[in-house]
Design a protein around this ligand. Structure first.
Ligand SMILES: Cc1cc2nc3c(=O)[nH]c(=O)nc-3n(C[C@H](O)[C@H](O)[C@H](O)COP(=O)(O)OP(=O)(O)OC[C@H]3O[C@@H](n4cnc5c(N)ncnc54)[C@H](O)[C@@H]3O)c2cc1C
Length: 409
């Protein structure tokens, strides 16, 4: 069959790879590069003033070891080298208090007394987190349907920490987390204790897209401007802005969900209901070399993932220290970090690269009909893949690709 895959991010490229041997695949990507939220400097992102030996990710970085089975299955199939990253983190509150994660205490503290001091500090967080685990232990996925995270959080410092984890994982503004869908957040939080193992891809995340491209026999169209996609009894028609009409047997939408209705010329009432509440979450991440904002807290070390409360109202951001994540020699190349929502703290002269991203804006209303999208995949020659149909992270993107590939096998 001739299959059009709309969107060349993780879900689109994984779907294209999985279907490539049996079908004639064409990928349509609106950006001039592939990858979606995968933005690897010196790979798919070029032209940045950066030593060519330094590979940095300004988007997707890491993957849970135990809970990303489909992602790891794909990496094995592609023979992509994976390394275990060290992932400690520290929470910096606007009142000056700081809290280290378990891994941070284990690896970064000198001596037993410093460790005990830090353990004492995180006891309220650990206690609150254990309570949260007990409270959510017996809930079944169905019990979380249509529930916001505010039903499971309170004013305690452990709730701030959990909300910051969600802000970090989904690049969503901190003040939106109360209305974040519990059906996506709770499973992730249950799996994200303070010692969770995370993997990284050697050579940057785009390495696996390169591996796909090395063996891909289909067609890739970049910088496309699709006007409309319509369904016919015997297939689908893609109409480009310049009037060109292309015929395919099937279409896979692997775009962010708020894009779907704008592309569909003939959306049914059911499709409108399923996608209507999705909005875009437009964010910018920054690669920078500034480490001075740690000094406000009197610390001179960096964890892999630090989360900062910018003010007492709860505005928050994160800083991921890439040297540690990628094993980059700081003495030779300098300190590199990826930051989100810390632009006021970062010295503009230390900014290496700004990256805009569009991700789904997760809310209870947006995910309300997600199960219908998954259940009706294939109707009217139309399929959907994307991180938003799973855990909202790379595992969700790759799982949804395997699901679509299974239906089209
Ligand atoms: C800064 C950041 C860091 C992240 N870090 C991690 C991480 O460490 N681990 C993790 O597991 N997840 C992470 N994520 C989550 C990430 O969103 C998913 O892991 C995954 O990459 C999403 O893939 P996707 O294919 O569903 O969507 P996308 O990557 O958004 O791909 C959608 C593609 O569709 C294209 N498109 C959109 N509209 C059109 C159109 N009209 N026509 C043609 N093409 C179109 C887009 O340009 C894009 O290429 C991160 C996200 C961000 C933003």
């Amino acid at each position: 069959m001739k299959i059009a895959v709309i969107g060349g991010g993780a879900a689109g490229m994984a779907t294209a790879y999985l279907l490539d041997k049996q079908h004639e695949i064409s990928v349509f990507e609106q950006q001039p590069i592939l990858g979606g939220n995968i933005r690897t400097l010196n790979k798919n992102v070029t032209g940045v003033a950066l030593d060519p030996n330094v590979i940095l990710d300004n988007g997707v970085i890491e993957f849970q070891r135990e809970n990303f089975p489909n992602f790891h299955r794909l990496m094995q199939a592609l023979n992509v080298p994976i390394e275990r990253g060290r992932t400690s983190s520290e929470l910096f509150l606007s009142d000056g208090h700081t809290f280290k994660s378990g891994a941070g205490i284990l690896h970064d503290c000198q001596g037993i007394s410093e460790r005990l001091k830090e353990i004492r500090k995180i006891m309220p967080i650990m206690g609150g987190y254990l309570n949260f685990l007990l409270k959510t232990r017996k809930v079944k996925p169905g019990d979380l349907y249509d529930k916001p995270m505010s039903d499971f959080l309170n004013q305690g410092v452990h709730s701030i920490w959990l909300k910051m984890l969600l802000m970090y994982a989904y690049s969503m503004p901190f003040n939106t987390i109360d209305n974040f869908p519990a059906e996506i957040a709770i499973p992730l939080l249950q799996q994200s204790d303070m010692f969770t193992q995370w993997d990284r891809i050697v050579g940057g995340v785009y390495t696996y897209i390169e591996k796909i491209l090395q063996q891909f026999s289909g067609h890739i169209h970049l910088s496309v401007d699709i006007k409309a996609i319509s369904r016919q009894p015997n297939g689908i028609i893609i109409t480009m802005q310049d009037g060109e009409r292309l015929h395919f047997d099937k279409v896979v939408f692997a775009v962010t969900p708020e894009q779907v209705l704008g592309l569909l010329a003939d959306a049914s009432e059911d499709e409108r209901r399923r996608f209507d509440a999705w909005k875009p979450n437009e964010i910018t991440t920054i690669i920078h070399t500034d480490v001075s904002f740690y000094k406000h807290f009197g610390v001179s070390y960096f964890s892999e993932f630090d989360v900062f409360q910018n003010n007492a109202q709860g505005d928050c951001g994160y800083n991921a220290y890439l040297n540690r994540l990628y094993g980059i020699d700081a003495k030779r190349y300098g300190h590199y970090s990826l930051a989100y929502n810390l632009s006021k703290q970062i010295n503009p002269t230390k900014v290496v690269h700004l990256q805009k991203h569009q991700t789904p804006y997760y809310s209870v209303a947006a995910v309300r009909y997600r199960h219908e999208v998954i259940a009706t995949n294939g109707e009217n020659h139309t399929y959907h893949a994307g991180a938003y149909l799973g855990n909202g992270l790379h595992e969700g993107a790759i799982s949804s690709a395997y699901a679509v590939a299974g239906l089209l096998a």
